[in-house]
Design a protein around this ligand. Structure first.
Ligand code: ADP
Length: 612
């Protein structure tokens, strides 16, 4: 294993020792007792046999047997206790790990979450093992502990035989030479076994990785067929056969992969069996030779013969686990990289000034921005300089891809600018405490999320719900009547997925909820990115008519493709290729040569055609 791989394992071990000391301790006790337990019987039996051969009294023999029994019983109880706590905690370890990874996602800069590499890293680190990465580590560490303790025990058993006094120095050295030769052969077997494990684990990993993609694709298509969502399109366009074929192709490739995997595992097993078998055979020969020469007693023959079986197991277990350590190092590497991602590039500590008058002034000064990973010439926002005061109602229009949503992301500090600076009341926004800064904004994103939680909690974004304010927000977006009709009122669960009494609200209703949530937040800035795309014309009209009332004296930024809906804004920014190319009221812009007039006329013509 490389230095980096050992580094990742060390990172994981430190993490485990920091968080899960108790589990680590139970794993050690489990491994050690499981290794020692069989030797109590083996050694005890040897001693009993020797004593019986030496003609020891029955009473004493009975005492020996009792001691063996008691020792076995006590160790079994310890093992049982350790095993229980090991297994129980192993189930929980994945949940704990997932929660920590979620907390990490939550605290990291938003730009990481949109980054493909980070997404992939997260999904690799997240889903590799049933017990999580730490559980995987525990699993293999337990075998390593067990096999190492087993080795040490066998060594202690053999040491007296190796250093036993023999007649004449020739006989003694001859024996030592024989022992050294035996150790060398065993060492070679262990090395062969380990190399084969490393080789096969790498191959198995490669196949698993290629099967990951296939499994992912298969799951995607399976979910399409099982859910109602996509069925409309599938049925109308008669695409079921195509999707079914995709699934069948994937299943076939997965089956081939699995067969290949099985054949690899078979080969690995064969090498394991032959190396451990050969090792066992050589040691049997060695012990038999000792017995033949009369150097060890009959009881010792029993001890050594049984110990040999254990040794073969221990070799198999150790080299298997060490081989798997390489795989674990890979998972641990992903985990280390993910957990090590910088949380915030610019942390910022200044608290946001609490202003009773809510007067906040925002200015963009020569701001340029390109998404991380994009090449130098791909600025999405170019040298943008604008400012706005609280209380303004501002609309942002422009063609698709002109940078409108990116502008909002920069304003909310989901991304940091590449060049230039954004200031709030004269101070660079990167200097503010991020959590405090984000409290200034209530945003309805185009791809908003409403969760399978009670309606009230969705609007309040918390389990503490100010019911009066939630009702007010819902009635302001036109959901007042709908709320009255709900049997469980604000406790109604959104969606039927997790509650039988849940209500499947329409897309438009959910969009209204997202707007109500923004109203409830009562932040000085309200931003709406295409807030009415899912609304019917009447509902859209309702939202616009009540828009001023809804946002009150707050600053409202409003992105829309429907220019007619922007007319109520005093200030319209026209975006084109990452720049503001025009700014003014609808009345000013509609007669000015430029993009706004072009867009306005195209839409007006469309509506005129519709009415002609
Ligand atoms: P608009 O809101 O005006 O439709 P956007 O701000 O969403 O435009 O997008 C502006 C440009 O930035 C587009 O070319 C889009 O492809 C690109 N873009 C948007 N999001 C990302 C992202 N996460 N990574 C890379 N490029 C992006």
């Amino acid at each position: 294993m490389s230095k980096k791989e050992w580094g990742s394992i060390w990172f994981l071990l430190k993490d485990i020792l920091r968080i899960e000391k108790g589990r680590f301790a139970s794993m050690i006790v489990f491994g050690v007792t499981e290794a020692i337990l069989p030797y109590i019987g083996i050694i005890g039996m040897g001693k009993l046999l020797d004593a019986a051969y030496a003609g020891t009294e029955g009473r004493i023999l009975f005492g020996y047997a009792l001691v063996i029994l008691l020792g076995t019983l006590i160790l079994s109880l310890i093992l049982n206790r350790a095993m229980e706590s090991f297994w129980q905690k192993l189930d929980y370890t994945k949940d704990l790990e997932s929660r920590e990874m979620n907390a990490k996602s939550f605290s990291m800069d938003y730009e990481y979450l949109e980054d493909d590499h980070v997404q992939e890293l997260r999904s690799r680190a997240f889903s590799k093992s049933f017990f999580g990465i730490r559980g995987w580590f525990f699993w293999h560490m337990r075998y390593i502990v067990e096999s190492v303790v087993s080795f040490l025990f066998i060594l202690c058993l053999f040491l007296p035989v190796i250093f036993q006094k023999r007649e004449g120095s020739g006989g003694h050295y001859g024996f030592l030479l024989l022992t050294a030769g035996l150790c060398l052969v065993i060492g070679l077997m262990v090395w062969v076994n380990y190399q084969s494990n490393v080789h096969f684990t790498r191959k198995v990993n490669e196949i698993h990785n290629s099967m990951d993609g296939l499994n992912h694709r298969k799951r995607y298509f399976m979910e399409l067929l099982s859910g109602a969502e996509a069925q409309k399109d599938l049925r109308i366009n008669a695409q079921q056969n195509k999707i079914d074929q995709e699934i069948a192709d994937n299943c076939e490739k997965l089956r081939e992969g699995q067969l290949f995997l099985n054949s690899l595992l078979e080969k690995r097993k064969m090498i394991d069996l032959s190396t451990t078998g050969l090792t066992g055979f050589l040691i049997y020969l060695f012990v038999s030779y000792q017995a033949y020469k009369g150097m060890i007693s009959i009881g010792s023959v029993v001890v050594y013969a049984s110990a040999m079986v254990r040794l073969a197991d221990a070799i198999y277990m150790f080299s298997g686990s060490i081989g798997n350590m390489k795989q674990m190092a890979m998972f641990a590497g992903d985990y280390e990289e993910y957990m090590g991602l910088k949380e915030r590039k610019y942390t910022g500590t200044i608290p946001v000034e609490k202003r009773r008058d809510n007067r906040f002034h925002i200015s963009f000064e020569h701001v340029s921005f390109r998404y991380p990973g994009a090449s130098g010439s791909e600025d999405v926002i170019r040298d943008l300089t604008i400012s706005f005061e609280i209380g303004e109602k501002m609309a942002i229009v422009g063609k698709n891809g002109s940078g409108k949503s990116t502008f909002i992301k920069l304003l909310c500090r989901l991304y940091d600018v590449t060049e230039g600076v954004i200031r709030l009341n004269g101070i660079d926004i990167r200097k503010y405490d991020p959590a405090e800064y984000s409290r200034l904004f209530a945003v309805v994103f185009q791809d908003f999320s409403i969760f399978a939680l009670p309606l009230g909690e969705n609007i309040a974004s918390s389990s503490e719900v100010d019911e009066e304010r939630v009702r007010d927000a819902l009635s302001r977006v036109g959901l007042g009547e709908r709320l009255t009709g709900l049997k469980s009122g604000l406790s109604t669960c959104v969606g039927k997925e997790y509650s039988e009494d849940g209500v499947a609200f329409s897309g438009g209703e959910k969009q209204k909820m997202a707007i109500a949530r923004a109203i409830y937040k009562d932040a000085p800035f309200v931003i709406m990115d295409e807030p009415t795309a899912a609304l019917d014309p009447l509902a859209e009209c309702e939202v616009y008519a009540g828009f001023d009332k809804m946002v009150g004296n707050k600053t409202a930024l409003y992105i829309s493709h429907r220019l007619a809906s922007c007319r109520f804004c005093e200030d319209i920014l026209v975006f084109d290729k990452g720049r503001v190319v025009q700014r003014g009221s609808h009345e000013e812009l509609k007669d000015q040569d430029g993009l706004y007039k072009e867009l306005w006329e195209a839409q007006a013509q469309y509506y005129r055609q519709g009415t002609e």
